[in-house]
Design a protein around this ligand. Structure first.
Ligand SMILES: Cc1cc2nc3c(=O)[nH]c(=O)nc-3n(C[C@H](O)[C@H](O)[C@H](O)COP(=O)(O)OP(=O)(O)OC[C@H]3O[C@@H](n4cnc5c(N)ncnc54)[C@H](O)[C@@H]3O)c2cc1C
Ligand code: SF4
Ligand code: SF4
Length: 608
């Protein structure tokens, strides 16, 4: 099929692109403002394919300054978008360890002791220090708390009601079509195939969609972005080594909650110092809350789910959560390399927008507004080129899109943020100081720390637990867990002093129950496995098997002969396994032994 423009993914970046573009393709009298090259007499034909089974199922994001969103919708009526409220009270909290099980440096232990000693004069309550002052760059004052899923559903209605754009959910793009280094469109995923992709009953090959412009907006771990990175390479010095997995609960707070809609709480320090937390209150007693487990968390026990439960049980938070109920649950990767992770933004026939194009601001932790802004910049560029009847060559896209992006606030703030997190490579305290320095000096001062890929950082289980659990005890637990086909992290964490989780069947529940009740994970039949263990021999030799411990959906388990096995029906498409895998590819150490390909299914909730 031939169209004018095809988009990969419907997240905030392509939503910004399509909203801006669709408003200007048709004149007030209904005639095309610019004409389609494939359907003469009509406005350009624009298609957007989204992997997730419905609109809003594949995205995340809650609090935003909403600068770019408001620029597009100056009269935004919050009442039309469920779960939206202006940002109210904001607090940043340092959580002390009330259990004594977390792994803290001597500096942090000394700081904790000081806070506890002077708690009568400090703003300390329920084992948390409310920071009396927070740097302005952390504030979201004047912004909005919303549900990205709900917002995306609203935007899709706006966009499609113009009649100029079609959005197709449940339709993954399996690859970009590249001819002589020019992207000429996309290929959609084959249906009716077995786990390995071989034709089976009801085989329907995916269509080829040819387009003059392919907009790649498939997020931080998108397979099309990865394909282009592999084909065209990354600009010199650029890489994507910094990541975090964000895991989130959407919760009904108890009826008597004292928390007001608009409340924003950010936490650090617990359950492990490296783990950041967020707690945002929507209208009607609904809250979105969760944690980010970053790639510089040097623990082989990287399961976000277990850590999230300990975080929720912290006395400061649990007093608000006790009696609450899980509504939905999800996980997603956050690309934390920022501008340093920027790929080639344009080439002949393609342009990249959003987080996969390095737009997320790693100092402020803001990604939605930036992704949206890059989408609008591309739309303005495309309109300019269409009106001038100029083709979508690398040179023309450079002049029209990249130039706009470089001149915008997104770029200026990304430059300030670029090295702001490098300090975390050498510890949390150094990381926090580095962030403050970068934020307060507009990026002029930072603390050095060379980002290395996660596989280089993660110590063995024996090293990590040295002095706490003996290698013999670890081996015994390993055997027991293997015999029961259970992941090891729970057993090890409990041995190291973490209490068992007191399941209540409402908010605290097993990982599997959360998948069923809150995650609502589904996977339609007839598609190939989208997680592939590339070299089984590397897996056989791999002692850490971090892919199993890190999997957000317990979709990766121990298989035969030491090669993990993958259950498509439990995968939430978070992408965490690709950057957590402990083995680099021999011919490309920037990539690991797991391929994350296009796939259907995943979470069925538009509240995330
Ligand atoms: C838990 C969590 C909380 C966050 N909270 C905030 C916050 O409060 N504020 C904030 O500003 N930012 C937040 N972020 C960051 C923010 O979500 C991202 O920066 C932003 O969503 C990036 O937008 P995007 O459009 O570039 O990519 P995405 O939102 O990732 O959208 C990409 C879309 O492409 C689809 N896709 C992927 N592959 C394919 C394919 N092959 N074919 C078709 N479709 C495909 C995906 O399903 C997805 O819908 C958060 C991130 C996480 C993980
Ligand atoms: S996928 Fe990676 S982490 Fe998992 S067993 Fe294989 S090499 Fe090890
Ligand atoms: S297998 Fe799926 S759920 Fe598990 S880490 Fe990978 S992408 Fe996430």
């Amino acid at each position: 099929m031939d169209v004018d423009i095809v988009c990969v993914g419907f997240g905030p970046a392509s939503a910004g692109f399509l909203t801006t573009l669709s408003k200007q393709l048709v004149n007030a009298d209904g005639t095309p403002a610019v004409e389609s090259a494939t359907s003469p007499g009509l406005p350009p034909q624009v298609l957007c394919y989204e992997r997730a089974d419905d609109i809003g199922f594949g995205v995340s994001g809650v609090v935003t300054k909403a600068r770019a969103l408001r620029a597009t919708f100056p009269n935004l009526d919050r009442a039309q978008i469920p779960m939206t409220v202006p940002v109210g009270e904001e607090k940043v909290l340092y959580l002390l360890d009330p259990i004594g099980a977390s792994r803290r440096s001597a500096t942090l232990r000394a700081a904790d002791a000081m806070i506890r000693t002077f708690k009568w004069i400090l703003p300390v309550e329920h084992d948390a220090l409310n920071l009396p002052w927070t740097p302005p760059f952390l504030h979201k004052h004047g912004g909005l708390i919303l549900s990205m899923g709900q917002f995306m559903q609203w935007v899709s209605t706006q966009v499609q009601s113009t009649g100029t754009v079609q959005i197709w959910p449940g339709t993954p793009v399996s690859q970009a079509l590249i001819e002589a280094n020019k992207v000429v469109g996309v290929h959609l995923l084959d249906q009716g195939v077995d786990k390995k992709g071989k034709p089976a009953d009801g085989f329907t090959p995916g269509m080829d969609i040819h387009a003059a412009l392919t907009v790649v907006a498939d997020g931080p771990v998108g397979p099309i972005g990865q394909q282009l990175d592999a084909h065209f390479g990354m600009p010199d010095g650029h890489h994507t080594r910094d990541w975090a997995v964000g895991m989130k609960f959407v919760v009904d707070l108890p009826a008597d909650t004292p928390l007001k809609p608009g409340t924003v709480l950010h936490t650090f320090g617990y359950p492990e110092p490296e783990i950041f937390g967020f707690f945002y209150v929507h209208p009607d007693r609904v809250a979105s809350l969760g944690i980010f487990v970053p790639s510089w968390f040097d623990s082989p026990m990287r399961t976000a789910y277990r850590q999230l439960q300990h975080w929720m049980l912290h006395p400061y938070l649990w007093r608000y959560l006790k009696g609450g109920k899980l509504r939905s649950w999800g996980a997603k990767t956050l690309g934390e390399s920022g501008r340093r992770g920027e790929p080639h933004l344009v080439g002949d026939g393609y342009a990249r927008v959003g987080e996969g194009s390095g737009s997320t601001n790693v100092l402020t932790g803001s990604g939605v507004d930036e992704a949206w802004a890059t989408g609008t910049q591309l739309a303005e560029a495309v309109l300019e080129l269409l009106k001038a009847k100029k083709p979508f060559t690398k040179q023309n896209l450079d002049e029209a899109y990249v130039k706009r992006r470089r001149a915008s606030w997104v770029e200026k703030e990304a430059v300030v943020a670029e090295k702001s997190r490098d300090g975390f490579q050498k510890g949390v305290v150094r990381g926090m100081i580095g962030m403050a320095l970068a934020g307060l000096t507009n990026g002029r001062l930072t603390l050095a720390g060379d980002p290395v890929p996660p596989w280089k950082r993660i110590p063995s289980i024996e090293e990590y637990y040295r002095g706490r659990i003996s290698p013999e005890e670890i081996a015994k637990l390993h055997e027991e867990c293997q015999a029961r086909n259970r992941s090891l992290h729970g057993a090890l964490m409990e041995k190291a002093g973490w209490p068992a989780i007191p399941y209540d069947g409402r908010l605290l529940m097993s990982h599997q129950d959360a998948l069923l009740m809150g995650g609502k994970v589904q996977a339609p039949a007839g598609y190939a496995d989208h997680i592939v263990f590339l070299d089984p021999e590397l897996c056989e030799k791999c002692g850490a098997k971090i892919c199993i411990e890190a999997c957000s959906g317990q979709a990766i388990t121990l298989g035969n002969d030491g090669v993990p096995s993958f259950d498509r029906e439990k995968c939430v498409h978070c992408g965490a396994c690709i950057w957590n895998c402990a083995q680099p590819l021999p011919d490309n150490p920037e990539r690991t032994n797991i391929a994350f390909r296009a796939g259907t299914g995943g979470l069925h909730s538009a509240e995330n």
